[in-house]
Design a protein around this ligand. Structure first.
Ligand SMILES: Nc1nc2c(c(=O)[nH]1)N[C@H]1C(S)=C(S)[C@@H](COP(=O)(O)O)O[C@H]1N2
Ligand SMILES: [Mo]
Length: 323
């Protein structure tokens, strides 16, 4: 089922410029190597960069989906979106994921759906995705660190996934878990970085909101490893850390799940993590952000600009308390 919401500020796919084809020398070498079917650059000083466009598989049968961009809010280049990442399983520096994720194997992949639902089980990714329509969604991504991007994701509606697996009335939250594979994810060899696995959660009504998707691709192609291949969450009104990558388990639960960053530093990161320019991080202001590629900072928008779509979910809640 395709949910389409048309708003005056929508931009249709045909108006979107193609991803930047600029690649630096190292990326060009890696991309060429990969395109020729060679993984020879892995482990030889040149990381096997999963850089596109054209390196990852092109996704077919993608519907033009909901996209809400302010005018003059252009897309981030593919190069930036695929090389400036947070994915602590591969290291804590922004360039670590692209450099260390080359040996990660997102295929074959299985997803377990369990907990309070009728259709539970472990599914091959293809089987899990098959009943659903792929859609393109161009969303702003606002990291809690006060930088942002605009990325064209391809994914499936999370609400459709929920409906298909038929949660019981007791299921109030969904919990998502990232894969644990320390042999392929060097960051996971240290438990001082974060407690593994990385876990995130949503309240059921947040999961059912039409903006929530499970992404399998970006810029027309399957996700690069560093962006959370092969399956990651995307909730554009929340800080980036909610958008858990490389998901292997989806559980329907009755209690609010403990999410990783809240466990790690509860006074800094909560469960809701809604983008809110009026609630500062204890160590910095959230009023402004730097769009990657821009020089000047811009104002951060309430709910990252998706207030119309999601504000009603939090009616009556004190957002200073539920940060
Ligand atoms: N498993 C896992 N998921 C994760 C993270 C992480 O470290 N591990 N980082 C989060 C943070 S802080 C952000 S901002 C986004 C970044 O997504 P991107 O690299 O695709 O832009 O992923 C989120 N998902
Ligand atoms: Mo983030």
């Amino acid at each position: 089922m395709l949910i389409r919401i048309k708003k005056k500020s929508d931009v249709v796919s045909s108006e979107i410029t193609s991803p930047s084809v600029y690649l630096n020398r190292r990326q060009l070498i890696a991309a060429t190597g990969l395109a020729a079917g060679s993984m020879a650059f892995a482990g030889k000083g040149e990381p096997a960069l999963q850089q596109g466009p054209g390196v990852n598989a092109k996704l077919e049968n993608v519907k033009e989906g909901y996209s809400k961009l302010a005018q003059n809010d252009p897309m981030t280049s593919y190069e930036a979106a695929a090389s400036y990442n947070n994915f602590y399983e591969f290291g804590t520096a922004k360039e670590d994921p692209v450099e260390n994720a080359g040996n990660f194997k997102p295929k074959p992949w299985k997803v377990t759906v369990d907990g309070l639902c009728k259709l539970s089980g472990t599914f091959d990714l293809d089987e899990f995705l098959k009943p659903h329509q792929l859609e393109e969604r161009i969303y702003r991504l606002r990291c809690v660190e006060a930088w942002s991007m605009v990325i064209p994701w391809i994914g499936i509606s999370l609400a459709d996934v929920v409906k298909r697996h038929e949660p019981s009335g007791d299921a109030k939250f969904i919990r998502f878990e990232t894969i644990v594979r320390p042999e392929e994810m060097p960051g996971q060899r240290s438990r001082f970085i974060l407690p593994w696995p990385y876990v995130e959660g949503l309240r059921m009504d947040e999961a059912m909101n039409p903006l929530s998707i499970l992404a399998v691709g970006m810029y027309g192609e399957t996700l690069p490893n560093q962006n959370g291949a092969p399956l990651r969450l995307m909730t554009p009104w929340k800080y980036g850390f909610k958008n858990v990558k490389s998901i292997v388990r989806i559980s329907f639960v009755d209690k609010q799940p403990k999410n990783t960053w809240n466990e790690a530093t509860p006074h800094e990161y909560g469960f809701y993590a809604n983008v809110n320019p009026t609630v500062d991080h204890p160590r910095w202001s959230q009023a402004k952000e730097r769009r990657i590629g821009d020089f000047l900072k811009r104002d951060t928008l309430m709910f990252n600009g998706y207030e119309e779509e999601v504000a009603s979910l939090y009616a009556g809640m004190d957002l200073k308390k539920h940060y």
